[in-house]
Write a protein that binds this ligand. Structure first.
Ligand code: NAD
Length: 516
């Protein structure tokens, strides 16, 4: 295996050894870059620079697309079962390297090692789905729609496709996209986040080791310039983007202007409703785990708890008990519940949101701002924060904070609570906590949010199902993964076919063909 980044975790420091320089991955191999064309990668647990990452632009995107375009015809024509065999081998390799991959995620992102391992395993589900994709690619066939004429559908690949992915799931989110694109017969250029490159680089290396042909899976690192080059590239047919709404809207609007199929999966502000009949201990566990897990840097985190009736008064002390016991520290240290924030600037932005919440009049019950880790004071750590009496007029209610900040909102009735969720501009995931099956049933029908949990706080659908939000949490018609992922990454062809008996072609007729 070609390894371009060394695995080192925990309390690493930038010592005498020169920093490793990551490279783009084009046509099955790393592409060397000059140090002056790179930027820093940090270990957020120490605040130290641990590697340099290339800042790619149009030339690198052009090279990756050229490789993907050259690899496409042969990959498209590779029998489905042979493609599937590559995926079975890839699945085994990712499974075997799951701990290494998780350690790289923890090192670059900061989330705890068990959480990172969970991410890899949830990503694997989509690789497993891809192994069995031949059944999903079957078409429909109708014999004898006219004399000697049969009709059928088939699904073919689009060509060169691309994925642009965020920092917060460097393994799982790319794995929700490229296995389906590739298994459908496309080739792909991945533009991952520059903050968390280790796990993505390892995926490209494992794909090669599994027998994935050169040029089928390429990686270009970079920011705006690389994204603009992808969005405008005439040889890219489709892009799936995952990240913030502002960038996702730009990718959607510019990409569609350039004739591409685009799916953008964007920001979120998820709310869970708590009814007075809920099991409050279970609900407190769920709220704290969902709100603060991965330092709140999950698009499915429930960051608003809408407490109906007296449930807020009963839930709050239970949440406080649990918050008191949380351990914040380096993600590789056993027993930690939460690691650092992924970047220094983002930590500052989360602190600014807490300041704003105080200024807006919400009650700050727990203040995570003063937290400094005792042995790693330069790490980007932040304690957890809890607001109560958050109201819909407040910006901390309306906007995504993407940090360990939970807000309790009080609602008089179930209807008022559902009304709040349905009026919100974001609609990614939601949940209801109740012991009343009838209320849960109504909620599933009445709530305008596509991913719903019933006594489940992070309702990420199983890997063979689609994943996607609505309103400003998703721009485009189809969700990603699952059945929608297959539809997104294929073109359906409708074939009408005649095999007349030899010598029995009829008389010439200019009449519009009928069905006789
Ligand atoms: P981001 O929008 O900053 O970055 C996403 C991608 O776009 C990255 O590859 C990044 O390099 C690139 N990018 C960033 N700024 C750009 C710009 N100005 N022009 C062009 N490209 C740019 O998002 P992030 O901070 O990496 O990730 C967090 C966001 O992702 C949150 O809003 C979160 O809700 C969202 N997210 C959504 C889902 C979902 O499925 N809906 C899943 C995970 C994360």
């Amino acid at each position: 295996m070609v390894t371009t980044i060394s695995l080192s975790t925990g309390s690493e420091t930038a010592e005498a050894a020169p920093l490793p320089i990551l490279s783009h991955w084009i046509d099955g191999r790393p592409v060397e870059v000059l140090p002056e064309h790179t930027g820093p990668v940090y270990n957020p647990a120490t605040g130290q620079v641990i590697a340099r990452i290339p800042r790619g632009g149009a030339p690198e995107v052009d090279a990756a697309v050229a490789a993907a375009k050259a690899a496409f015809p042969q990959w498209r024509d590779t029998p489905l079962i042979s493609r599937s065999e590559v995926f079975f081998a890839f699945r085994e390799l990712v499974w075997r390297h799951r701990e290494e991959m998780a350690a790289l995620i923890t090192r670059d992102h900061g989330k705890t090692f068990p959480d990172a391992l969970g991410e890899v395993v949830r990503g694997l589900e989509t690789i497993e789905f891809a192994c069995g994709l031949p059944t999903q690619l079957a078409g429909l066939m109708t014999p004898s729609v006219a004399t000697n004429v049969d009709a059928f559908t088939l699904r073919g690949p689009l060509g060169v496709t691309a994925a642009i992915t965020p920092f917060n799931f460097p393994a799982m989110v790319p794995m929700w996209i490229y296995p389906i694109a590739l298994m459908c017969g496309n080739t792909l250029v991945l533009k991952p986040s520059s903050h968390t490159p280790g796990a993505t680089q390892l995926q490209a290396e494992l794909w090669k080791e599994a027998g994935g042909p050169d040029g089928t899976f390429n990686i270009v690192y970079g920011g705006r310039e690389a994204v603009a080059a992808i969005v405008e590239h005439p040889d890219i047919a489709a892009i799936q983007f995952v990240g913030s709404t502002a960038v996702g809207r730009y990718v959607f609007e510019e990409g569609t202007k350039h004739g591409k199929r685009i799916g953008s999966f964007t920001s979120a502000k998820n709310a869970m409703i708590v009814l007075p009949d809920a099991d409050m201990a279970l609900t407190a566990d769920a709220a704290v785990a969902s709100g603060y897990g991965s330092a709140g840097e999950r698009c499915m985190a429930q960051t608003l708890v809408i407490a109906v009736g007296d449930s807020g008064d009963r839930l709050r002390p239970l949440m406080l008990e649990r918050i008191k016991g949380l351990k914040v520290g380096p993600g590789m240290e056993p027993g930690m519940d939460m690691g650092p924030i992924y970047a220094k600037e983002h930590r500052e932005s989360v602190i600014a949101w807490i300041d704003k919440g105080v200024a807006e009049g919400a009650e700050l019950v727990v203040d995570g701002r003063p937290f400094v880790h005792p042995t790693s004071p330069d790490g980007f750590f932040l304690g957890v924060s809890l607001f109560d009496h958050v109201t819909p007029e407040m910006q901390i209610y309306q906007e995504e904070i993407f940090g360990p900040v939970l807000g309790i909102v009080r609602a008089g009735t179930y209807h008022a609570a559902v009304g709040l969720i349905n009026a919100h501009k974001y609609a990614n995931g939601t949940a209801i906590f109740t012991t009343n099956g009838g209320a849960a049933r109504r909620f599933k029908l009445e709530v305008d949010v596509p991913m719903i949990g019933v006594n489940v706080p992070i309702p990420v659908p199983a890997g063979y199902l689609s994943f996607g939000g609505a309103k400003q949490s998703s721009i485009g018609d189809l969700a990603m993964r699952g059945e929608d992922g297959v539809r997104f990454f294929t073109q359906q062809k409708m074939v009408t076919e005649r095999w007349p008996d030899p010598g029995r072609s009829g008389p010439l007729s200019l009449v519009f063909p009928g069905n006789s």
